[in-house]
Design a protein around this ligand. Sequence first.
Ligand SMILES: Cc1ncc(COP(=O)(O)O)c(C=O)c1O
Length: 436
Amino acid sequence: MSVVKRWGPYTQMSSLTANGPIVIDKAEGIYVWDETGRRYLDAHAGLWLANIGYGRPEIIQAVTQQAQKLSWFSSFGGFANRPSLTLAEKLVHLLEPDGIGSVFFSNDGSEAVETALKISRQYWKVLGRAQKYKLIGRQHAYHGVTMGALSVAGITANRQGFEPLLSGVRHAPAPYVNHCSYHDSRTPCTLACAREVERIIQFEGPETIAAFIAEPIQAAGGVIIPPPEYLRQVREICRRYEILFIADEVVTGFGRLGEWTGSRHYGIKPDLMTFAKGITSGYLPLGATAVAPYVMEAFLQSVQEGPELRHGNTYSGHPLAAVAALANIAVIEQEQLLSRAAKMGDYLQIQLENIAHQYPNLVADANCVGLLGRVELFASSTGPGKAAAAIARYLLDHGIIVRPVGDVITLSPPLIIEESEIDIISETLTSALAVL
Ligand SMILES: Cc1ncc(COP(=O)(O)O)c(C=O)c1O
């Protein structure tokens, strides 16, 4: 009989059984403690999400009070609860500059993306253009684990075990400047990867394509930071060919890049946006799919009997998650965490540049936007990802949590991090590189 009782997510269980997992027991601010009492500086905000830090009494109080009043009730049909209505109002207000008019709630990032894909397909059906059903994702993209989200995602290893995935999906190249398939590093970027999106559209026929989906910065793919003009150019291409643009803001939303959304940072207005993670900073699970007013309007005009969108989760608009999100947003506003993330990001950038200067033979690229950062190592002679894994292990042994992705060490600390704590991360990274 198997000794595995808890089957962990994205976890190699065969190697874990010897020592067991690190069991995290408590957390406060930007620190977490394991069951043995060891403290770790969480330079990854858990999984890109503890934006306001851990253990905030204001969130816990808000959730407790709501649980005492109404812990949950259905939002299907004619029902709703006040916190989810208030949160929708608040989000529409915050996201108005991004061109958003309505929000649909779910439980996590995968469901938010799945919802966006389904809305996109049905949008064209409602407008009488049912042949527009194909989807374009990108290589290296992460959009979640459900079959639709996985189909538009582009991390090969994550997809292979579950193929065949959704048909009618194409993948454009990622705007991966230092791994560009079109130029070597000495020639300037001409945004050939953006033009490739257009070529795919022309090849497939724009009349067959419903939507294009992109993370403003591809986080789980290795914090792939696009050239500044890339998203504006792809946005314009989608507009020209009447293809919905979905910005997957699950990581980049709620302050990570120093703005409410990554789209705003890059100066684009998408047709749909997806959120999760930082929307509650992880206090409770919540996903949100936000749409432009004309998307909602098309559904309202549809002649179908019954619900315009036959889609919903039992916990859509969960009142506890909604109050957690509202309290989280209040903290971001009161403590001005957007400008703080931008300022601390500038400081982190200086540290990363110093590290790259100090180790030009080891570090291929070190950069960040806001508090989403990357240190890419040259592929090591011992095999892909080995050096980054060794650095992450060294940092863990020295009480710092980061996340290696291939040859990249990714950084995504809580937005409340101090300069002195950024110093600790960069000093420890420096000493890790010294012993590599
Ligand atoms: C950009 C992006 N979209 C979607 C998801 C899926 O979110 P979840 O794990 O909450 O389903 C993730 C998760 O990391 C993500 O990074």
